[in-house]
Write a protein that binds this ligand. Structure first.
Ligand code: 5GP
Length: 131
């Protein structure tokens, strides 16, 4: 059975899409730690990030390097933090989160509740700031 992220990539489940290329897809996390919290996923369904082959792992990291500045331009923050958990969804992914302090990357904190228009505006803003 396809993972929830594969279903998002296929468009079977809606998402607030940021960008995609041949091998990677970016969309807003639906339970964000901060406004602009974005997930980057390889289109190939591999559970564990560190099991990706070197080429795809590198592509995903380069994709992060392209997306992070656009988030940073959109959401006031000091920098973009990057985290890998994978405890909930067994499809490799990277979290990019706008941060100001170490506490902003505490995934045990309550998540933000954003409405559809807030998610849409954030995704549109990040897309507009992509180079
Ligand atoms: P992890 O596997 O890294 O522990 O957490 C998975 C992340 O995926 C969580 O932050 C969760 O909010 C996010 N997530 C889970 N299901 C969905 C979904 O259907 N849509 C979106 N946009 N994010 C999801």
């Amino acid at each position: 059975m396809d993972s929830i992220f594969t279903r998002i990539i296929k468009g079977e489940i809606p998402s607030y899409k940021i960008a995609e290329n041949d091998c990677c897809f970016a969309f807003l996390d639906i339970n964000p730690l901060a406004k602009g919290h974005t997930l980057l996923v390889p289109k190939k369904e591999v559970d564990y990030l560190f099991d990706l082959d070197n080429a795809l792992y590198t592509e995903l990291m380069l994709f992060a390097k392209k997306i992070a500045p656009a988030i940073e331009k959109t959401v006031p923050c000091e920098r973009i933090g990057m985290a890998v958990l994978g405890l909930e969804v067994p499809h490799a992914h990277i979290h990019l989160v706008p941060i100001r302090s170490i506490a902003d990357l505490d995934f045990s904190k309550p998540k933000l509740k954003l409405c559809e228009s807030e998610f849409s505006a954030l995704a549109a803003g990040i897309r507009a700031n992509l180079d």
